[in-house]
Design a protein around this ligand. Structure first.
Ligand SMILES: Nc1ncnc2c1ncn2[C@@H]1O[C@H](COP(=O)(O)OP(=O)(O)OP(=O)(O)O)[C@@H](O)[C@H]1O
Ligand SMILES: [Mg+2]
Length: 325
């Protein structure tokens, strides 16, 4: 009887230990499955963030991660996206800025080339005035290189402070700088109104002389590029009283070719080139007028394009003047 009792006890014990082992195993399996799910839930977004960070490091600045929920990982993802967006914007504006500076470097180089070719062809002999003009252009190149160096700072920091500027004198400088090329291309410049207004006393704007110089150079460059030989450029200048105070109005009218009515509203778009530009070998990159508009906005002024009565393009500029100048 005793033996039977022992056997029953043993069987019970074996069953119990088997049961315990099975539940233990099941528990372990459950824990494994659960932790696998949890790990997936927690690590998948981290994996995605790591991949996105690698993409950013490779220069793919448009990379963003998906944000879901409101836990710490979502906050991290949102911060990551913000960082990527900032990097993207800074890089884009730096690229715009560098393209614009490269654009501006072409003008003094073209002017120097024209001067040197005139000397080589014997059209002009080297005198003090030639030396002065060449020196001016070298100075301009130097300024642009300085600007390039300052572009290593954030673009928003690099805009110079506004100071009192004589815009008519700045325009006179730009005209002097391009005079040789206007003569070479037989485009006559009528600046009577400009000289008459300057003779009455120089109007003053609160501005950045170098940036305004850029505006005038870009407009003169356009007339040089998009006006047939034998044509003309007429510069109008007057002062007008407006609600906000006195304003300087400058008008640049050139002869044919012009711009079709459909293209006029698009001229100030970045990289927009009109038919005239695309049909000519010397067409540019479509930046000049968009740079002009940015600069005039910095001066609280405006710039518009319309058809000129001379057969080409009319560019009208408004610059607010310092009231008590
Ligand atoms: N004086 C003008 N006469 C006729 N068309 C003009 C004149 N100025 C500009 N345009 C037209 O407007 C377009 C835009 O001018 P914008 O100065 O912005 O660029 P671009 O001259 O083509 O290139 P970039 O100035 O970058 O060298 C030109 O492509 C041209 O078709
Ligand atoms: Mg241009």
């Amino acid at each position: 009887m005793e033996g039977l009792g022992d056997e029953a006890g043993l069987a019970f014990l074996t069953r119990q230990s088997r049961f315990l082992a099975l539940t233990g195993l099941a528990g372990l399996l459950l824990a494994l499955v659960l932790s696998w799910f949890l790990a997936r839930r927690w690590f998948a977004p981290i994996d995605k963030l790591a991949t996105a960070a690698r993409n950013i490091a490779r220069g793919r600045l448009a990379t963003r991660v998906q944000v879901s929920g409101s836990d710490e990982l979502a906050v991290l993802a949102r911060t990551f996206n913000y960082m990527a967006k900032r990097l993207d914007t800074i890089e884009a504006s730096r690229r715009v800025w560098l393209t614009d500076v490269a654009h501006e470097l072409r003008t003094p180089l073209a002017a120097m080339r024209a001067e040197i070719e005139a000397l080589q062809d014997g059209v002009r002999s080297f005198d003090d005035r030639t030396a002065l003009r060449l020196h001016r252009q070298v100075m301009r190149l130097g300024q642009l290189v300085d600007d390039l160096r300052s572009s290593m700072r954030a673009p928003e920091e690099s805009s110079a402070a506004l100071t009192p500027v004589y815009p008519l004198a700045v325009l006179g400088e730009a005209l002097a700088m391009t005079r040789e090329r206007f003569a070479q291309q037989r485009i006559a410049i009528d600046r009577q109104q400009l000289d008459a207004l300057a003779a009455q006393g120089q109007p003053v704007v609160q501005g950045d002389a170098r940036r305004l110089h850029q505006v005038f150079i870009n407009l003169l460059e356009n007339t040089l590029s998009y006006t047939d030989a034998g044509g003309g450029l007429e510069i109008g200048a007057r002062i007008e009283e407006a609600a906000g105070g006195p304003q300087l109005l400058l008008q640049f009218d050139d002869s044919a070719p012009g711009v079709s009515g459909g293209e006029l509203p698009r001229l100030f778009e970045r990289l927009f080139r009109g038919e005239a530009s695309r049909n000519r070998d010397l067409g540019g990159s479509g930046l000049g007028l968009s740079i002009c508009r940015t600069i005039l906005e910095e001066h609280v002024g405006s710039i518009e394009a319309s058809a000129s009565p001379l057969g080409g393009l009319r560019i009208s500029i408004v610059l607010p003047l310092v009231a008590d100048a």
